[in-house]
Ligand binder design. Structure first.
Ligand code: SF4
Length: 471
């Protein structure tokens, strides 16, 4: 065991090999947590969550908080959607939700009175911008009253450009957000019609320009490949438009067609979906164009310009991964607010009820709406560190883990290392005495590499179809 061993050099390059990716086309978790949320259990209830918060306070844990606020309402249904959302045009339903959210914020903030510092906050949905500026401002104010929002923290919001009116971007900046993420998916009108999300290119680009003009520090655009009627030529045009607009981050998701799980997706005509070969071509074009335009591959589905905080964090070895994806902020305890939101306090995960009646019912009884969660075992914590390190840094120091977890790495993970040999022979990883490093060729299939260390997938034949495809 040697801490002096030098870390293998990690360059931010990606070596995309379509044949390899084709052979890796299987279902797998996205590892925004380990164990994954499908391993949470209902035995972890409100009392367990309160105990976890108390343990954090008693331990004098000085990790700041990260808040996730889930705002689930949308005005229309995008057929590809797999989010927890409520589609309605009835604004009073959405207003009622804010009242309940306020009750939850009051209950949650009371748990963190001793140390309510917040370094990050993210509002996602649904469509946070379903609400008008006054409602968003009031909600931000209520959170700021009860938590201690750090100056210079990361405050981000997901935006559906279709909901924006003149001046609303400036208002979001004025409220206190400094990062924005725009949902785009594809600018092609035929694709937009096939997924029921008509969104003018002109309107989206002018919203992005407005965000840049009013000083948002980071601007993200979400794209999806694998949508119905997508063609290589059409998607290349979308990519050309996007890279010309120069957002600092681009998330390139693959469309996970799981109609058995997501009802909205049954409205997509299977015959319109691109073939596996075309999907791969779409992905190859995207990786090629983003690389040529100077975007750095961060990991999983994320790309960023070299000056973006995410790219800096990756180069400096301090990238984090949580339920919202990659993050450049410090390691935080996560408080999830709103229906279905997930939190993580030290070695505990907790998720709120996923339906409004259950969420409201708990709050009506003055209870925190915790539906399920998990207290991590020593083995979970070790494997979480392994997967986190591989996902964020593409390397893993065996000695650092041996010291932190008092295990002999090669002995503890003997069968995993045996499986890694196969991946090593494919040129995806190198396994050394002190280090495991993912090669540029293995980076795009990082989920598949992490799956080797997932004890739950190893122990039982999983119903892998509940997960999206690795590529
Ligand atoms: S993709 Fe976004 S806007 Fe569309 S239905 Fe889902 S949550 Fe709502």
């Amino acid at each position: 065991m040697s801490l002096q061993a030098t870390a293998p050099a990690v360059s931010p390059t990606l070596d995309f090999d379509p044949d390899l990716v084709r052979s890796f086309d299987r279902h797998g978790p996205r590892y925004t947590s380990y164990p994954t949320a499908d391993r949470f259990d209902a035995g972890f209830d409100e009392l367990a969550y309160r105990a976890a918060a108390e343990q954090r306070n008693a331990g004098g844990a000085l990790r700041p908080l990260s808040l996730y606020v889930h705002l689930p309402f949308c005005r229309s249904l995008c057929f590809y959607c797999g989010c927890n959302k409520i589609v309605t045009r009835d604004a009073s339903k959405a207003a009622r939700y804010l009242d309940y959210l306020d009750r939850e914020i009051a209950l949650q903030s009371a748990l963190f009175r001793d140390d309510p510092r917040v370094a990050q906050m993210h509002w996602g949905g649904g469509t946070p911008t379903y609400y008008d500026t006054a409602q968003l401002r009031a909600l931000f104010g209520r959170i700021a009253d009860r938590f201690d929002l750090a100056r210079g923290g990361d405050y981000s919001i997901e935006i559906d450009p279709r909901t924006l009116t003149t001046g609303s971007i400036e208002a979001l900046r004025d409220i206190g957000f400094n990062r924005v993420s725009f949902g785009v998916q594809d600018f092609n009108p035929a694709v937009q019609a096939a997924v029921n999300r008509l969104q003018s290119q002109e309107h989206t680009l002018s919203a992005l320009a407005a965000a840049r003009a009013c000083g948002f520090e980071s601007i993200n655009i979400d794209l999806i490949y694998g949508l119905p009627l997508q063609t290589p030529g059409g998607f290349a045009e979308t990519l050309a438009t996007v890279v010309e607009a120069r957002p600092s981050r681009i998330a390139l998701y693959n469309y996970a067609h799981l109609p058995a799980l997501f009802k909205a997706q049954r409205r997509i005509n299977d015959r319109d979906l691109p073939s596996a070969e075309t999907r791969l071509e779409l992905l190859g074009i995207a990786i090629d164009r983003l690389g040529a335009a100077g975007y750095q591959y961060i990991g999983m589905d994320h790309f960023a310009l070299p000056g973006d905080p995410l790219a800096l964090a990756q180069r400096q070895g301090r990238l984090q991964r949580n339920f919202q994806g990659y993050s450049s902020g410090p390691e935080c305890d996560l408080v999830g607010l709103g229906v279905s939101a997930i939190g993580a306090l030290g070695p505990h995960y907790a998720q709120n009820f996923r339906s409004l009646p259950e969420y409201y019912g708990s709050l009506d009884r003055g209870r925190l709406p915790v539906m399920r969660g998990r207290r991590l075992s020593a083995d979970d914590l070790l494997r979480r560190s392994v997967i986190h390190s591989l996902m964020c840094q593409f390397t893993l120091s065996k000695s650092a883990l041996e010291i932190a977890y008092l295990v002999d790495f090669d002995h503890y993970f003997a069968s995993e290392l045996q499986d890694l040999r196969e991946l090593e022979s494919l040129g995806l990883v190198t396994v050394g005495k002190d280090w495991i490093a993912v090669t540029p060729r293995g980076r795009y299939v990082i989920r598949g590499i992490c799956m080797v260390f997932d004890r739950y997938l190893r122990q039982q034949a999983p119903d892998v179809r509940q997960y999206s495809r690795v590529v």
